[in-house]
Design a protein. Structure first.
Lengths: 112, 114
């Protein structure tokens, strides 16, 4: 089954404690990205990757890092989380432009 | 700067009725316009998409209407069903650069009453 898998689904952490949200896809997609979803704001892109070792900033990259060491994995790293990063995070992947973007189930992060 | 404006924020429709959600965009470089459907606790899933070379696309009960000159597009759900109750996002993507980023509208919460 084609899917994007994120872990964990839920996470509560404290300010400043580094965390990583994992994302893995089994469709051999080159393109992967991270979005955050906030009430009333829709989804906004954080970072994206065109291929292994190729990453770039999206619209709201501050406070986040990513890496793409393998084609299937695209982890999101919060080095020093702050309460304003409390949000619902989605990883997505797609093959080409103009094709369907597949989203993971989401990770609900709370930073206290 | 909000590049894709979506309305209404919420919509209540009776079973069997027509649901209409509208979006307007500003960036003329956008050339791919998908609609995503999201159920509670799930990630968005592609519903239907359109390119600017056609003015309308229909898939079952779902139709996208596209007006390039007005920079507007809309989703019509015919014979709306309670199972259609979800949040709908319009999105747009541009042809330039290496980022396949989707720029999303803020979403419309659709409730279909039985």
């Amino acid at each position: 089954e084609a899917q994007v898998t994120q872990n964990p689904r839920y996470l509560i952490t404290v300010t400043g404690k580094k965390l990583t949200v994992t994302c893995s896809q089994n469709m051999n997609h080159e393109y992967m990205s991270w979005y955050r979803q906030d009430p009333g704001l829709g989804l906004r892109q954080i970072y994206y990757s065109m291929n292994v070792e190729v990453t770039d900033k999206g619209d709201v990259p501050e406070g986040y890092k990513v890496s793409r060491k393998e084609k299937r994995n695209f982890p999101l790293i919060l080095e020093s989380p702050s309460p304003n990063q409390t949000s619902l995070y989605f990883c997505a992947s797609s093959f080409l432009r103009y094709t369907e973007a597949f989203f993971g189930q989401g990770t609900r992060l709370t930073v206290v | 700067q909000q590049q894709v404006k979506q309305s209404p924020q919420s919509l209540i429709v009776q079973k069997g009725g027509i649901s209409i959600i509208n979006c307007a965009y500003e960036n003329t470089a956008f050339d791919y316009f998908p609609w995503y459907q999201q159920f509670p606790g799930k990630g968005p899933a592609l519903l239907i998409a359109i390119r600017p070379d056609v003015s309308e696309k229909k898939e079952g009960r779902f139709t996208i209407s596209f007006n390039k000159s007005a920079k507007q597009f809309s989703l019509h759900i015919m014979d709306s069903q309670p199972g259609d109750s979800a949040t709908y996002f319009c999105a747009a993507s541009g042809s330039g650069g290496s980022n396949y980023k989707l720029t999303f509208g803020k979403g419309t919460l659709l409730t279909v009453n039985p």
